[in-house]
Design a binder for this molecule. Sequence first.
Ligand code: SF4
Length: 337
Amino acid sequence: MNQTQLLKINGLKQYFPIRGGFFGRKVNDVKAVDDISFEINKGEAVSIVGESGCGKSTTGRAILRLDEPTEGTIEFNGVDLLSLKRKDMKKARKDLQIIFQDPYASLNPRLTVRQIIYESMDIQKHVKRQDREARMFELLELVGLQRHQADLFPHEFSGGQRQRVGIARALSVDPKLIVCDEAVSALDVSIQAQVLNLLKKLQKEMELTYLFISHDLGVVRHISDRIIVMYLGKIVEIGDNESIFENPKHPYTKALLSAIPVPNPKKKSERILLEGDVPSPIDPPQGCRFHTRCPFATDLCKEETPQLRTTDGMTENHQAACHYINEIDFEKVKARV
Ligand code: SF4
């Protein structure tokens, strides 16, 4: 194993069976994640981005085995998570925490912040009873909350503060990897920035590793070391932050980037507008899955599935799955909006 590697996903598939008929037999599958592989190194912040239904949240849930993956391997800190028995997986979850999109729904409304954090510590038997209070106050301070707020209930906080409580709860067991599933999507833009800055600060201080899951490339721009772009259950592009933002190669990544609002009101943004909706993951298109919406699709794209590859003008760790890398003239399809 590479010294710095923390998570290694290989050939991960997550299919959800569709049952029908009188006997409830399996008639098909929703292919939510379809054979993806990637790695995350210790201390890295990696983001998975894509539209709703691309499989990004399913990937996050599969890593924590909140859903049981259909195929593939998930190696965490050298241990194959899928081979662990229930009891051992529960222990492993101490190192793998998740922060959800809706902090209100993910916090028990009947418990105070103190009880929420104690509960998390107790499940993992992580902190001795006599040390819990001191650690809880330490965590509140770390995430920018006051001591007196320990005895408030979730509904007494604002959205941003509730997300801070969610972060404190995740940190209460000293995790190695935190999956942030649309963790700031429900927050106002100014609060989003505060929470992202907090996560960045904590990453440095506590040597955390993050997997961010977001539909918005703009949100993860300043926090990600590397970015994985997913479309309809597949990885279509993967690369470091600079490669994805300054030298994107896949038309889908280009379209996502063009959707990021331009901060200058005098400047019109140039969008690559995608037509139609994401096709159904029950019966994904043959060949390149993006061909039904790609303005550059040819007959080859309909027949042959492009593999992730690196070619001229790309850095070593930058890969895209398109037959026409470097041949596409994006200027032709830009619309001024
Ligand atoms: Fe578009 Fe074809 Fe490239 Fe797919 S392979 S992204 S359809 S040009």
